[in-house]
Design a protein around this ligand. Structure first.
Ligand code: NAD
Ligand code: ZN
Length: 347
């Protein structure tokens, strides 16, 4: 990111590790919707000559003197969120994503250079990196740092229960992983709200039982009609404009829960529909969160893939070679033709 609205290539000094850190060279990189928000919408404010990217799998090239579990040559999954784990905030129960201040766990392409580079720096390597087993492909692994952990977090935030009825609003890559996570948590029925044929096909493959096209009218009406006139137990919000949150409140039954992982980029306020909120008395909960990061989380994502529970590699619709491929992938994410779910650059 050269400045808001402009990308290009720049030369920077190779980063150096502190005692607890690692330097990693990428093996696979994935551009993200968030990179587009950062550059073209200025979502994080003005940034100059900031290296973009937070979705990477790589090979360790150098480690600090205190790093115990990783050495040069190791293949690693690098989470998008890399907190400082030795903080008072975490010990006080503040989620690790915010361990020093709001969203502070999100460092790559936010408060420091990101991963779209020949080498990048990872803080607290022993706590943030996860070893990548041979049997997992780079395609699968590169969906773990953000897409998989975020979509799965949607199901956690909504607290999806065994046998429950779930609606997932937005079935881009994050929403598709929320569908897969809901199925893994034992949801009985999963309404996937989306329109693009490729996303619909994958949603059905990941466990959706019903497809709702938001272009065919009010999604609340469509879902409630199919659900015996009732709201759903859990709603996961993973795409769409500001009004999807109010749709989610209307969609949830009394006592239902809403997990939001969507990024809302416009306006000062989000609306809650008063009557569907039971005038404040409907016991509907809303929880929103940033994707979990760190080593333990990535090891869990690895376990799910290694044992065949889910294949996030299917999200990749376009593959490119080399760092130049990042540029091509980013351009695809910006224009978002209907057949694009997730591009990948193999380095
Ligand atoms: P995406 O743009 O690929 O997917 C969003 C999907 O929602 C698209 O397919 C779009 O067509 C669809 N959509 C648009 N309007 C809709 C509507 N009214 N109803 C239903 N669907 C609608 O993005 P993504 O990469 O899947 O990410 C989804 C969201 O999650 C984005 O807002 C992204 O910024 C955010 N995100 C959050 C985190 C986090 O940590 N919480 C991490 C990654 C991404
Ligand atoms: Zn991302």
């Amino acid at each position: 990111m050269l400045k808001i609205g402009a990308t290009g290539w720049i030369e920077k000094e190779k980063p150096r590790p502190g005692p607890l850190d690692a330097i990693v060279a990428p093996l696979a990189l994935a551009p993200c919707t968030s990179d587009i928000h950062t550059v073209y919408a200025g979502a994080l404010g003005d940034r100059h000559n900031l290296i973009l990217g937070h979705e990477a799998v790589g090979r360790v090239v150098e480690v600090g003197s205190e790093v115990r579990d990783f050495k040069p040559g190791d293949r690693v999954v690098v989470p998008a969120i890399t907190p400082e784990w030795r903080t008072q905030d975490i010990q006080q129960g503040i989620p690790h994503q915010h361990s020093e201040s709001l969203l502070s766990g999100w460092k790559f392409s936010n408060t420091k250079d990101g991963v779209f580079a020949e080498f990048f720096h990872v803080n607290d390597a022993d706590m943030n990196l996860a070893a990548l087993p041979d049997r997992i492909t780079l395609e699968q692994a590169c969906m773990m740092p953000d897409m998989m952990t975020t979509g799965f977090h949607g199901a956690e935030l909504a607290d999806v229960q065994f046998g429950a009825v779930v609606a997932v609003i937005g079935i881009g890559p994050v929403g598709l992983m929320a569908v897969a996570a809901s199925a893994l948590r034992g949801a009985g029925r999963i309404f996937a709200v989306g329109s693009r044929p490729k996303c619909v096909e994958l949603a059905l493959g990941y466990g959706a039982t019903d497809i709702i096209n938001y272009k065919n009218g009010d999604i609340v009406r469509q879902v409630v009609d199919l659900n015996r006139g009732k709201g759903v137990d859990h709603v996961i919000v993973a795409g769409g404009p500001e009004n999807v949150l109010s749709q989610a409140v209307s969609l949830a039954r009394p006592g239902g829960s809403i997990g939001n992982i969507n990024y809302f980029g416009e306006g000062a306020m989000l609306e809650i529909p008063r009557l569907d909120w039971g005038c404040g008395m409907a016991h509907k909960s809303i929880r929103g969160g940033l994707c979990p990061g760190g080593r333990g989380r990535m090891e869990r994502m690895i376990a799910l893939v290694a044992h065949g529970r889910v294949d996030p590699g299917k999200l990749i619709t376009h593959k490119f070679q080399g760092l130049e491929g990042v540029e091509a992938g980013l351009a695809l994410m910006k224009d978002k033709p209907a057949e694009v779910i997730k591009p990948l650059a193999l380095i």
